[in-house]
Design a protein around this ligand. Structure first.
Ligand code: APR
Length: 354
């Protein structure tokens, strides 16, 4: 989108208080009620696979960062992708620079992420058809630990957003390995699961996705907790628009949303919707927007649950998670959330030994 504004500035839409919700429309598309913001700061994406490269591209196209750094252990891959993305700048009309950097087994190259305000960890294997996210735990734990230690060394003030799977466990591990305050480490899952649920509801009813509001909490896995009581279409409760069996069907499809894509792709897992979610979280942190989004955050007393990384709604800003925002749940939804918390608690305790 070309705006013809001076180099370091461009038009961005107002992020109105009433729009402080994860599913608000892209502010920079709100032409008319606009103001200018400086392009600033550095965000790093570790892992230049499908998820990482798409995330880097989305962040660059927001045109709100000075620099997007993309790293990988495959020699030349991040540099090549960065060059390619930079060459799209005149066409897409953004000035953010993308820097690619190969990193070595002993942390060589990590100087490139120095000063990053946000680091998104996408390094790790994706699952293959038939695999659960949990099947990746041993391999990805080694990768996420090594990456996190280097992040702590080179970007000690960053907010970390983890996307590698199994998500809840890798988020807990990244906090342990970085030793960052818990509010500065969070995971991306709820935004994605919620977006999938919204998409399925919109398709079922033949309505625009913008009219649908859904919510999923809990873990990014079998104990995902879709919250039908919080779901509305144009403000009407979903339960008034669809029979309970149909809602249950959509809930099940949401829970298996990632596996459905994996089965179709045959190699690799989803990355368009996941990268949209991760990039939007990073944007909320960068803009200190206070946007409330479903994320994997450290829970300390909310919903009567403590001491675990869990999918909840949280307000995001410069310091990462500003606060966990409790949603009104039915008794059965609350019971399911507590069950999810206990399931991931056990795994998160194990992860520190991996
Ligand atoms: N440091 C940096 N990059 C690494 C490291 C490491 N230590 N180990 C692996 N990588 C890189 C790989 O070289 C590869 O380029 O991570 C990238 C992973 O890319 P893909 O295989 O394309 O996987 P992707 O679809 O991007 O998924 C990444 O996100 O959704 C989750 O389950 C998924 O855990 C997986 C992660």
């Amino acid at each position: 989108m070309s705006t013809g504004v001076p180099n370091r500035f461009r038009r961005c839409g107002l992020w109105y208080p009433q729009a402080l919700q994860w599913n608000a429309r892209q502010p920079h598309k709100w032409i008319g009620r606009t103001f200018q913001v400086a392009r600033s700061g550095k965000v790093a994406v570790i892992g230049a696979g499908f998820y990482g490269s798409t995330t880097a591209q989305r962040l660059a196209e927001y045109d709100i960062f000075e620099t997007v750094v993309l790293t990988d252990i495959i020699e030349g891959k991040p540099e090549g992708l960065a060059l390619d993305m930079n060459q799209s700048r005149p066409i897409e009309g953004f000035e953010t620079k993308v820097v690619g950097q190969t990193t070595g087994p002993n942390g060589e190259g990590y100087e490139a992420i120095a000063g990053s305000e946000i680091v998104i960890i996408t390094a790790g294997l994706p699952r293959k058809p038939g695999m659960s996210r949990m099947d990746l735990i041993e391999t990805n734990a080694k990768i996420v630990r090594q990456v996190s230690e280097n992040v702590a060394r080179h970007a000690p003030d960053a907010v970390v957003i983890v996307v590698s799977n199994p998500l809840d466990e890798m988020t807990a591990l990244a906090q342990i390995a970085t030793q960052f305050p818990k509010n500065r480490v969070m995971g991306q899952a709820g935004m994605l699961d919620t977006a999938r649920f919204t998409h399925f509801v919109a398709e079922e009813l033949g309505v625009p996705v913008a009219s649908v509001k859904t919510l999923t909490l809990g873990s990014h896995g079998d104990t995902m907790v879709p919250v039908p009581s919080a779901c509305t279409v144009d403000g009407k409760p979903l339960s008034e628009l669809l029979p309970a069996e149909k809602i249950e069907e959509l809930v099940t499809r949401t829970r298996n949303g990632g596996a459905e894509v994996v089965a179709l792709l045959k190699t690799g897992s989803a990355y368009y919707a996941p990268s949209a979610a991760a990039a939007r979280m990073a944007r909320a942190v960068h803009e200190d927007s206070g946007a409330v989004m479903p994320v994997c955050a450290w829970v300390e007393g909310e919903y009567g649950i403590s001491g675990v990384y869990l999918g909840v709604t949280a307000e995001l800003g410069k310091e990462g998670v500003k606060r966990v925002v409790e949603t009104q749940l039915t008794d059965s939804e609350l019971a399911a959330l507590k069950e999810a918390a206990e399931a991931v608690r056990a795994k998160q305790a194990d992860v520190q030994h991996l």
